[in-house]
Design a protein around this ligand. Structure first.
Ligand SMILES: [Zn+2]
Length: 146
């Protein structure tokens, strides 16, 4: 664990932090400077796991990873490897005629005559794991994770 001694200096431009040299195997220690702009956005991210909202060129995504994958899928569709690509597709999950919840697929598309449901899940929450099982039980579709 690197020791962080908290802010060592703060001025109108931002805050400087110094990391403990003793932890860095005889190093000189590292000064880290955080600008006011970074401080202003820290902890204010709209997405749950502090991912950066990123555009794929067509939509806004919750993370850079998701935006990159969306770009890949768009290219695959242009190359006619997949078809019918849709993002943020809501799949109602009903049991005995009762709506239990909706699962929102990051992407659905056709590949080799099969409907593929793909999820860019980075963090597999308990709710996600449950919904994945429900999707399989109710629709027979396996969620592909990317
Ligand atoms: Zn996209």
């Amino acid at each position: 664990m690197a020791g962080c001694h908290g802010p060592i200096a703060a001025d109108s431009a931002g805050v400087a932090y110094r990391l403990d040299a003793a932890d860095a195997a005889g190093g000189e220690g590292v000064s880290v400077r955080v600008t006011n702009a970074q401080l202003a956005t820290a902890g204010k991210s709209r997405s749950k796991y502090r991912n950066q909202r990123t555009s794929c060129g067509m939509h806004e995504h919750d993370s850079r990873r998701e935006a990159i994958r969306c770009g890949e899928l768009q290219l695959l569709e242009k190359a006619h490897v997949i078809s019918g690509l849709r993002t943020q597709q809501k799949i109602p999950l009903e049991v005995n005629g009762k709506l239990i919840c909706n699962y929102v697929a990051d992407w659905i598309y056709m590949r080799d005559g099969k409907l593929i449901v793909e999820d860019a899940k980075g963090v597999k929450t308990a709710v996600y794991r449950l919904k994945k099982k429900l999707v399989a039980a109710v629709t027979g579709l396996e969620i592909v994770e990317s």
